[in-house]
Design a protein around this ligand. Structure first.
Ligand code: BYC
Length: 489
């Protein structure tokens, strides 16, 4: 595992440098020095903005030790500030080409084409900005963790988001000279929710006030991360593609935490309702009296996080997206599996638009409709998860189904950014919206109720009353495994 730079081989991770990597940093003095100079600022950011109150606790974390599909995860106790954040790229394919856009068929670029420099830098900075933002959003959640298992999963996600920041910062330092250095510094300066220096994208300035929000965020917003990374993994700029491909392997666990987290909340509520003989899921007071989260409130949280995440796809019709595609920088989900000309100069794509005040499907040039297409792929992916949640209701015989609201509901960006609509997609006046809003989105009271349940449950093998235990432990560990050693914190 650990090896000297002389023995550096593609795929293996070199732990001899301060920054573990599989990109030969030991032989790249300029970039190594730049990253070593950036490192203290990062650690400072982690110590002040990372998980609050647990920086000295031993946490059972996985660390990437090789990019080999079987061997990349090694589990062990680590204090988070000592986690080995590394620069890890998926293996290079010498035959890889630019697979779409005007340069289709050229050998994939190992350096940044001059004419695409500004666009590429912007894509990298936006991607990079989301990673520390999510750590900032989640920093206070450790204190109310419903179990050591959940706490460990939160911290695993946090350190990996930190690593994803490293991944983007490596690209900036390696390929963008002085501008790259400035952008890398900027990534440590912006702060989620700070009105003076906010993070770049809307959803990353929202609060993550409780654990149900965390699970919804990792289901819906990390899934946007998956779609965006899949599209960037198609990039003709090969280092970007390789970076994103490796990030995707980690992203899968984050979405697992979200999907199973919400699933476990649903399971526990259904179980408690059954035991108490409550048949009506809308009898909210009775359900809440059991100390579990009522199902309509779970729906409201899903409405909120789904709509915030849809905004992350940008405008349905976007010349930015067309330019990124034409330039070979950002492709479609599963680009190489799609059978068409991969140029999109003549085809069209159906886009939901607001036409004369009505929500209608309109054919638009496929090139400018790429954000819409990616969003459609995303909605399908979300629906799959919602269907799996709905199976839990069937299992318990509870008459309730979760649904995804209309894409026009609660939007700030794109076609529906300036209108109000119900979850069914019916347009509403401002007054109607203000009157009905709390039926569809978490109200202050809902927030206060959920907050009242957020009490720490840190006994080994125990879970807070509002959430069911997981089906299996992490790394096949037994139910009472001490995932975080709190007494050392
Ligand atoms: N908030 O043509 P438009 C993740 C801006 S999540 C604020 O509509 P475009 C993760 C846009 O920047 C994935 N501003 O959209 C998940 C542009 O500004 P300029 C993150 C927004 O550019 C969980 C203007 O509006 N990665 O990894 O086609 C935890 C007009 O833009 C928003 C990426 O997003 C917004 N929501 O698409 C941790 C991939 N939306 O240029 C991590 C990289 C748009 O006029 N980013 N604007 O100043 C992109 O591909 C694109 O920039 C976007 C926007 C998809 C975000």
């Amino acid at each position: 595992m650990s090896q000297s730079s002389a023995a550096y081989v593609e795929g293996a991770v070199d732990y001899s440098t301060k920054i573990p990597n599989n990109v030969g940093l030991a032989n790249d003095a300029r970039v190594l020095k730049a990253l070593e100079q950036w490192h203290p600022g990062y650690i400072d950011w982690w110590n002040t903005m990372g998980p609050e109150g647990f920086q000295t606790a031993d946490v059972y974390l996985r660390t990437a030790v090789s990019i080999d599909p079987k061997g990349w995860a090694q589990f062990g106790y680590v204090k988070m500030p000592e986690y080995r954040w590394g620069v890890l790229l998926a293996p290079q394919d010498q035959q890889r080409q630019v697979n779409f856009g005007a340069s289709r068929g050229e050998a994939a670029w190992q350096d940044v084409p001059g004419e695409h420099r500004a666009s590429l830098r912007r894509l990298i900075v936006i991607q990079g900005d989301t990673e520390p933002a999510s750590v900032e959003q989640q920093r206070h959640l450790g204190k109310t963790a419903p179990s050591l298992y959940d706490m460990r999963n939160l911290f695993q996600i946090n350190v990996e988001e930190g690593r994803h920041l490293w991944a983007m910062v490596y690209l900036l330092h390696k390929y963008f000279g002085r501008d790259g250095r400035e952008e890398a510094d900027g990534l440590l300066q912006r702060r989620s929710g700070d009105p003076d220096k906010p993070r770049m994208l809307g959803a990353f300035n929202e609060a993550t006030p409780d654990w149900l929000s965390l699970f919804m965020f990792t289901f819906f917003t990390d899934r946007d991360g998956k779609m965006q990374l899949e599209s960037l993994a198609q990039s003709g700029f090969d280092p970007m593609s390789r970076t994103c491909r490796f990030m995707l392997t980690e992203e899968a666990h984050h979405m697992f935490v979200g999907e199973t987290g919400v699933g476990r909340v649903i399971e526990r509520t259904c179980e408690a309702m059954k035991a108490a003989g409550i048949e009506d899921p809308y009898d909210i007071n009775k359900v809440r009296a059991l100390g579990v989260i009522d199902l309509p409130t779970i729906q409201k949280k899903a409405n909120l996080h789904f709509s915030l995440s849809l905004d992350l796809f940008g405008s349905e019709v976007s010349t930015n997206a067309a330019n990124f595609y034409n330039a070979g920088l950002k492709g479609r989900f599963m680009e190489t599996k799609i059978e068409d000309d991969h140029a999109l100069t003549t085809s069209t794509y159906p886009v939901l638009k607001l036409v004369d005040g009505q929500i209608r499907m309109v054919d638009e040039p496929a090139l400018t409709a790429l954000n819409m297409r990616l969003r459609d792929d995303y909605v399908k992916d979300c629906q799959g998860g919602v269907n799996r949640w709905n199976k839990v209701f069937e299992k318990y015989g509870v008459k309730f189904q979760l649904t995804l609201p209309s894409v026009a509901f609660n939007r700030a960006i794109g076609q529906f950014g300036d209108i109000e609509a119900s979850p069914e997609g019916k347009q509403l006046s401002q007054t109607e919206w203000m009157r009905l809003r709390d039926q569809w989105l978490p109200s202050k009271d809902d927030g206060a109720f959920i907050d009242s349940l957020m009490l720490p449950c840190w006994e080994r093998g125990k879970y807070a009353n509002w959430i069911a235990p997981p089906k299996a432990g992490i790394d096949s560990k037994p139910g009472d495994f001490e995932y975080v050693k709190i007494e050392e914190a």
